[in-house]
Write a protein of this length. Structure first.
Length: 353
């Protein structure tokens, strides 16, 4: 039996930052993740994808972000159960929870924080009859290593941020990048749309809209795609390419967590965001992309905020009756965050001066 203060389900960015925030409160954490390594989707799906909305980082690769979060949290010595999926939860008479994985590993904690991102996920695939025969032979649904596409011809299909961002990124790596979208308008960030248009005008991206890929051709590997103009379905043409990357997003599934008695809305866990991101089961929280509430934004930044408030609430459950006084790391450092230091800010300032 693995015992801890906070059991975190999901070792992505939000789960890893929870370790740090809990550590400031002298609370120990253990993380469960079905993936074989920490980092969640950032490590598994797009480690080389740049992220632009993390405070203090004008640009950071997803893989580097998780490495930094691991480095930040390791001082608090979290435990990990990786390559195993949280399967069942049982509430004990003392109010704690026992979570058992699909491999039978048992964990016990007074607080459970579900930080499972989108849960288990599958790529949304285009409705192309023969696409399965080209998977891993030129058809990819995720980009893990951009170097695979160096000096190659690449066709990307999609209209969201991933399609736009990767088209921009690969414009300096691939020999040819073609972006195909079934509408003239894109769903991604306006600055990304403008950047794609700029690269198009410079001849670095081929932009085909409104259109869609209706077939993949090749002998054992991708050699081209058949494109149909949306407004003229009878007008079809072939774009020769080495790789076809349809980026239509992910189809999320909560998996076994959906059977835990939690209140679910549109495949996400409902929480009380007015207080502490607790679910309808006291002691079980949901933070990050896995939760939902009025005004929810699925951003890593929001997951960090939710993790911080969740830990404050968890502290009260784990230490009933004990008062915690908020302190700043710039004043108390890391080791002083146990709620017991009595120095006033004035005394600290005087000592510094």
């Amino acid at each position: 039996m693995i015992k801890t203060d906070i059991l975190i389900i999901g070792a992505g960015p939000t789960g890893l930052f929870t370790v740090f925030e809990a550590g400031l409160l002298k609370l120990k954490c253990h993380l469960i993740d079905a993936l074989p390594q920490a980092g969640g989707q950032c490590s598994e799906l797009y480690p080389k994808k740049p992220i632009y909305d993390i405070p203090g980082f004008p640009e950071v690769l997803a893989g580097d972000l998780t490495k930094n979060l691991l480095e930040q949290s390791k001082q608090f010595e979290p435990g990990f159960t990786l390559g195993e999926r949280a399967e069942t939860v049982e509430k004990q008479e003392d109010g704690s929870f026992i979570v058992t994985t699909n491999k039978g590993t048992k964990h016990q904690a007074p607080v459970v924080a579900i930080a499972g991102g989108l849960g288990s996920f599958e790529p949304r695939k285009p409705l192309i009859a023969n696409i399965g025969s080209f998977e891993d032979h030129g058809v990819e649904y995720f980009i893990k290593d951009p170097e695979v596409y160096r000096d190659k011809r690449v066709v990307i299909s999609g209209g969201g941020d991933s399609a736009l961002d990767w088209s921009i990124f690969l414009a300096d790596i691939a020999s040819e990048v073609t972006l195909i979208h079934r509408r003239n308008e894109f769903r991604g960030a306006l600055d990304s749309v403008e950047k794609v248009q700029e690269l198009k005008s410079k001849g670095k991206i081929n932009l085909i809209t409104p259109a869609e890929v209706i077939n993949v051709i090749g002998d054992g590997k991708v050699e081209g795609v058949v494109v149909a103009q949306s407004q003229h379905i009878e007008k079809e043409f072939i774009v020769e390419t080495d790789h076809f990357i349809p980026l239509f997003g992910l189809s999320p599934k909560l998996g076994p967590i959906a059977n835990w008695g939690l209140e679910i809305e549109k495949n996400a866990i409902k929480v009380d965001n007015a207080l502490d991101y607790q679910t309808n089961i006291p002691g079980i929280y949901a933070i990050g992309d896995v939760n939902t509430y009025p005004g929810k934004l699925k951003l890593i930044l929001c997951g960090f905020h939710e993790a911080t408030l969740m830990c404050q609430s968890a502290y009260k459950i784990i230490n009933p009756g004990k008062k915690y006084v908020l302190k700043y790391t710039t004043v108390s450092g890391i080791d002083g965050f146990d709620g017991s230091r009595k120095e006033s800010p004035k005394a600290v300032v005087k000592a510094i001066n």
